[in-house]
Design a protein around this ligand. Structure first.
Ligand SMILES: Nc1ncnc2c1ncn2[C@@H]1O[C@H](COP(=O)(O)OP(=O)(O)O)[C@@H](O)[C@H]1O
Ligand SMILES: C=C(OP(=O)(O)O)C(=O)O
Ligand SMILES: [K+]
Ligand SMILES: [Mg+2]
Length: 583
């Protein structure tokens, strides 16, 4: 026997629309609930017939201009063409082997570098759970990045993955040159190194470092502390000779190509000049044009200072990428981005807690509270959030993580961030797949622990949109997620064209996985960054009865669901909630 609950929202109907009586008995329908502007009426009906006789449904169009009655045909569980739903083999295997409950909800982003740029290496990462591949425009040539994008795309096409591409801009940060081809250089305690804006002949003279910022020698003062990569190596400025700045190493360590540089005076970051640099440099604009032309899914903007630059970029992108949306992610990695956090996140399509540079700009002990604040705010404003940098730093060199790293990953999962990111671990480390496996297993374990402990957060999610139709969507998703937890359903199904309803469900962080059905490959890839969403590509109609029957038969044919599984479905064509057992 199956059941269904319908929530209808006549408030968004045209004025002369009249509601027909539901024709009963409906196929899988035991209850229908209708939301009226001032009252709620509940109708109950029962059917012993579990064969799929369709029900009449009242639907309300999502733009609030129309409505009508759908009487689906008696077609339903016909032979399914199992190829007409796109899902990757990993999700499929995960569902078949472990069932709904144990699927991973936290998404994983891998930075692609020399260690992972080959097709087989990329495939291994996709099989290992990579949801988003990040290319960092600080490093490598555009041709190199183009080849990575092409390989990921081929992987998606040939193997059914929905790995999204995130392009990360260089930004106007001050950084070192590329060490003349060396993979690293060791700076020892007390050594004198020269930092200069002069380009050196190759081979690079010993203990010299090129700096990309012309104002460098002018800006630093004798006595300043020069911090490489947020503290991997520290120098003290001892002398300035024209364009050359002589520094003594005070904290030894490994210098990596293009490592970020900050300088501190009297224990605080010198940022006056930095604040004058543009967020998006001329080189970044060329990279952005490249990203648009290549059809990347996300553009992450480094060193965002204000919402203005996000709005500027979003309108630029919207005017140039007509055929598919590119989401703009704000990287929170500077003092200014923390100051203007609310407006920046409000303007963006998502955010990244870029702890690498953030930890070089604020005292390290303030990074955890900043992370928590950013993650919470993103959740409230319904924007996906990525926790990035040094999650498993030691795994660049070693095959197992430190206990402290596992605790850090657990904390990010416990905060219910949408995604975790690998940087050097996957770009140039010795154990990219092992690092990914650690993120995967820690995520699954902590998520399970959270559910078992029934730690549903008490936090009330504030309203996101202001229009009535937005509020209706939010209420539907909040209610559906709550019902899913209370009824312990196996899965939530969401049918969404632009992905909005899926993100609202994800925001509720329900106990069960969310199967998100969408019609385009680009929306499917974008949804792959969001917590708990399993994105499928499927063509569907405005007729929910036939959509559900089609989905059930396709998923059953692939062994991803079975008769009797309890499912709650919501859709953005028909603002309703339906509860049913898979027939
Ligand atoms: N496309 C690339 N080509 C060469 N090396 C790369 C590339 N992407 C990343 N790397 C290497 O991986 C390291 C970590 O990557 P990431 O965290 O993205 O950069 P960064 O250290 O500059 O913040 C980089 O420092 C660099 O050594
Ligand atoms: C993710 C970060 O940015 P990038 O790796 O580009 O410096 C960071 O600073 O933490
Ligand atoms: K970057
Ligand atoms: Mg950074």
């Amino acid at each position: 026997m199956s059941q269904s609950l319908h929530f209808f929202t006549p408030t968004t109907c045209s004025p002369n629309f009249t509601f027909p009586k539901p024709s009963l008995p409906a196929s899988n329908c035991l209850f229908s609930i209708t939301f009226w502007p001032k009252s709620i009426s509940v109708k109950a009906s029962a059917s012993s017939d579990s064969n799929s006789a369709p029900s009449s449904q009242v639907f309300v169009s999502n733009n609030g201009t129309g409505g009508g009655v759908l009487v689906p045909e008696y077609s339903s569980l016909a032979v399914a063409d199992v190829s007409s739903i796109e899902v990757d083999a990993v999700t499929e295997a995960e569902l078949k082997e472990n069932g709904f409950r144990s699927t991973r909800r936290t998404k994983l982003v891998c930075t692609i570098g020399p260690a992972t740029c080959g097709f087989e290496q990329l495939e291994a990462l996709a099989v290992g759970g990579m949801n988003v591949a990040r290319i960092n425009m600080c490093h490598g040539t555009r041709e190199w990045h183009k080849s990575v994008i092409e390989r990921v795309r081929r992987l998606n096409e040939e193997k059914g993955f929905a790995v999204a591409i995130m392009m990360d801009t260089e930004g106007s940060e001050i950084h070192m040159g590329d060490l003349g081809g060396a993979s690293s250089a060791k700076a020892e305690d007390g050594e004198i190194w020269t930092f200069s804006v002069r380009a050196f002949d190759s081979p690079r003279p010993e203990r010299t470092i090129n700096v990309n910022y012309d104002g460098f020698a002018e800006d630093v003062q004798v006595g300043d502390e020069l911090i490489v990569d947020g503290g991997m190596v520290t120098f003290e400025v001892i002398e300035k000779i024209g364009p050359d700045v002589k520094c003594r190493c005070t904290d030894p360590g490994l210098l990596l190509p293009r490592a970020n540089l900050t300088f501190w005076r009297d224990r605080s970051l010198v940022r006056e000049r930095n604040a004058m640099l543009p967020t998006i440099s001329s080189k970044d604009w060329l990279d952005i044009d490249f990203g648009i032309a290549e059809g990347v899914d996300f553009i992450a903007i480094s060193f965002v200072k204000s919402a203005e630059v996000i709005n500027h970029l979003k309108s630029y992108v919207a005017a140039r990428s007509r055929d598919h949306d590119i989401a703009v992610i704000a990287k929170i990695e500077s003092i200014d981005s923390l100051k203007n956090l609310d407006e920046i996140i409000q303007a963006s399509d998502g955010a990244m807690v870029a702890r690498g540079d953030l930890g070089a700009q604020i005292p390290l002990e303030q990074v955890p509270s900043a992370q928590q604040r950013i993650v919470q705010l993103c959740r409230q404003l319904n924007k996906p959030v990525i926790v990035a940098s040094q999650l498993l730093e030691s795994m660049i060199e070693y095959p197992t993580p430190t206990r402290a790293e596992v605790a850090d990953v657990s904390e990010a999962v416990r905060q219910r961030a949408d995604a975790l990111m690998l940087s050097g671990e996957s770009a140039m480390g010795q154990y990219p797949e092992k690092a990914l496996a650690v993120l995967r297993s820690v995520s699954v374990r902590i998520e399970k622990w959270w559910r078992e402990a029934k730690r549903h957060e008490a936090t009330q999610l504030p309203a996101v949109g202001s229009a009535l139709s937005d509020s209706v969507s939010e209420e539907i998703c909040n209610s559906a997620a709550k019902m899913a937890n209370n009824l312990e359903v196996d899965a939530l199904f969401v049918y969404t064209k632009n992905g909005h309803l899926a993100s609202l469900l994800s925001r509720c962080r329900p106990d069960c996985p969310i199967f998100a059905f969408t019609t385009t490959a680009s929306v499917r890839r974008r949804l792959n960054l969001q917590w708990g969403l399993m994105p499928f590509r499927l063509s569907f109609s405005d007729d929910m009865e036939s959509n559900l029957n089609k989905t059930f038969s396709l998923l059953k044919a692939r062994g991803m669901i079975k008769s009797g599984d309890l499912v709650i479905a919501v859709s953005d064509m028909l603002q309703s909630i339906q509860v049913m057992n898979v027939p």
